[in-house]
Design a protein around this ligand. Structure first.
Ligand code: PAF
Length: 284
């Protein structure tokens, strides 16, 4: 595995691969890799000849009151994990390399960035779409792999790819969970022992919601009410939102449709740690 930290060197490497007719896959990450990230790298391997994993904790997607400085980092461990999962090139730029002093340009996707996460993190997606655009221009991939765990991020990035005519395909990998149901996230390390136990409620509440939908419940507020009851029974849990939305528009549905799918998503804080999770529920 080759490690590159300069933009210019990365662009030269990817140009050479393209000239040699290789299919390039990129897996953008913020590091502190876990099984969820490794599943993205494995998926990229199946779709590409050359897999580039990027590690960059992107300051522009964190608000000043968020966890940018304390976001977990372990580049040595990440390097070993990325290599063992099948990465060919690990791209690890510095902040100065990505955002030099005279940096001025941001990419904004309208509307779908304002709901759900956007209500609580109004500048978050502007940072995500900006860095992902930069990473696409630097790694020039044919395919890019993202995790369904960040469901809204996937919708936003797909919209950006379509609107800005990026010539690449977005591939989405399913959520990877711990045995007890907690969705893997680099932020799980922040949880105290007690918060970690309580956090199991998120996947249980999503499964309960799915049962309601499959049993024919059509009123979203009844399902959300039941989920809220389950979650707030945990002493540390504070709900930011629970939503049952159309998976494409992310607009809350007024009724569960008779056919199709809904995206049930939530954000809940346990102490200082904010967790998100979701489930795409199909109605046959
Ligand atoms: O999902 C993430 O880890 C980040 O939002 C991403 C896509 C790597 C951009 O910094």
């Amino acid at each position: 595995m080759r490690i590159i930290s300069s933009v210019r060197e990365m662009q030269q490497a990817t140009d050479n691969f393209r000239r040699a007719g290789k299919l390039i896959g990129v897996v953008p990450t913020m590091g502190y890799l876990h099984e969820g990230h490794l599943s993205l790298i494995h998926l990229a391997r199946r779709h590409a000849d050359v897999v580039i994993t990027t590690i960059f904790v992107n300051p522009t997607q964190f608000a000043p009151n968020e966890d940018f400085t304390k976001y977990p980092r372990d580049i040595e461990r990440d390097t070993a994990l990325a290599e063992s999962a099948g990465t060919d090139i690990l791209f690890t730029p510095s902040t100065d390399e990505m955002y030099p002093r005279e940096y001025r340009t941001y990419v904004v996707v309208e509307q779908i960035t304002k709901m759900l996460e956007g209500q609580f993190r109004p500048t978050h997606f502007r940072g995500v779409t900006t860095i992902v655009t930069k990473l696409f221009n630097i790694t020039k991939p044919h395919v890019a792999v993202f995790g369904q765990k960040d469901a809204q991020q996937v919708v936003v990035i797909k919209q950006m790819v379509k609107d800005l005519n990026f010539d690449l395909e977005i591939i989405v990998a399913p959520i990877v969970r711990e045995q007890d149901g907690l969705a893997l996230s680099s932020r799980n390390v922040y949880l105290s022992e007690s918060e970690r136990k309580q956090s199991i409620v998120l996947s249980s509440a999503l499964r309960r919601a799915e049962e309601y939908v499959h049993r024919g419940e059509k009123t979203p507020s009844r399902i959300i009410g039941e989920m809220k009851k389950m979650i707030t029974a945990q002493p540390s849990a504070r709900v930011d939102y629970i939503s049952i939305a159309d998976p494409a528009s992310l607009e809350d549905v007024s009724a569960i449709p008779h056919h199709g799918s809904v995206l049930i998503s939530l954000a809940v804080r346990f102490g200082q740690t904010r967790l998100i999770d979701n489930m795409l529920v199909y109605i046959p």
